[in-house]
Design a protein around this ligand. Structure first.
Ligand SMILES: Nc1ncnc2c1ncn2[C@@H]1O[C@H](COP(=O)(O)OP(=O)(O)OP(=O)(O)O)[C@@H](O)[C@H]1O
Ligand SMILES: Nc1ccn([C@H]2C[C@H](O)[C@@H](COP(=O)(O)O)O2)c(=O)n1
Length: 224
């Protein structure tokens, strides 16, 4: 069974998707980590971000591996290095390129093949797994997401004023929504889960309920 969880930055996708996967004994895939890793690699290799051909060639050449919730690039574990503001600020350049998306989407489908998996990102239910048995669009208001992000950053030792968090969140939302391919939007058949005012445990339980209902429907309606 494939479960997709898409939504805007800071909605709680990775934390909820990981817990859902643990509870169900499914694999978990963080597709944002893949976009982050190739962006980091392009920076490390001093690739000119204006040179589309060079960026595409680089992404085609790298060996990206997702294993046990960690990501490696040409056999170097970059799970921690991909979470810097520099990487976050540069991702949109690669994420906007159709060829890069095609490459990473293909790899995501390969990872999911024959597995029960919870995969999260922006385009999982719309572009990468249009036939997924369960699609959730997890969201929260910009204010709520910003507060969560500020607390997450503070827990990691970075005290960032809420105004700055909101500015960078608005920029990412705009980039993610206006992308020509793979833009952030709910699939027509996604269940909307708006998490304002819900604790993480409540969101987890709601997601599990949605998945249980979808699994029941999938069992009743055999796939063509
Ligand atoms: N319902 C909730 N209530 C309060 N905090 C939450 C809730 N859900 C998630 N969080 C917290 O919000 C922060 C952001 O969550 P998370 O990293 O899972 O978001 P995300 O959607 O994956 O973001 P991104 O796309 O930027 O990676 C984390 O610190 C997480 O623990
Ligand atoms: N399926 C995906 C996943 C991620 N991206 C891009 C857009 C995001 O802003 C960025 C980082 O993702 P995050 O780690 O914050 O989930 O990567 C995408 O285009 N498609």
């Amino acid at each position: 069974m494939i479960v997709t969880i898409d939504g805007p930055a800071g909605a709680g996708k990775s934390s909820i998707a990981r817990q859902v996967a643990d509870r169900l004994g499914f694999e978990f895939l963080d597709t944002g980590a893949m976009y982050r890793a190739v962006t980091l690699g392009a920076i490390w290799n001093n690739i000119d971000f204006q040179d589309v051909d060079a960026l595409v060639a680089y992404v085609r050449s790298v060996n990206l591996k997702w294993h046990k919730n960690r990501i490696s690039l040409n056999d170097t574990d970059v799970t921690n290095e991909i979470r810097t503001p520099t990487v976050t600020g540069a991702i949109h350049v690669l994420a906007d390129l159709a060829e890069v998306r095609a490459q990473l989407s293909q790899q995501q489908r390969r990872i999911a093949e024959g597995r029960d998996i919870v995969t999260e990102g922006r385009d999982q239910g719309t572009e990468v797994f249009p036939d997924a048995e369960c699609k959730i669009f997890l969201t929260a208001s910009p204010q709520e997401r910003a507060v969560r992000r500020q607390q997450q950053l503070a827990a990691a030792g970075r005290n960032v004023p809420i105004e700055d968090v909101i500015v960078s969140q608005n920029r990412r939302d705009e980039e993610d929504r206006s992308r020509p391919i793979g833009s952030l939007r709910p699939a027509d058949d996604a269940v909307l889960l708006h998490s304002d005012g819900m604790t993480p445990d409540e969101v987890l339980q709601k997601a599990l309920d949605i998945i249980a209902a979808a699994a029941e429907t999938a069992a009743e309606v055999p796939r063509r």
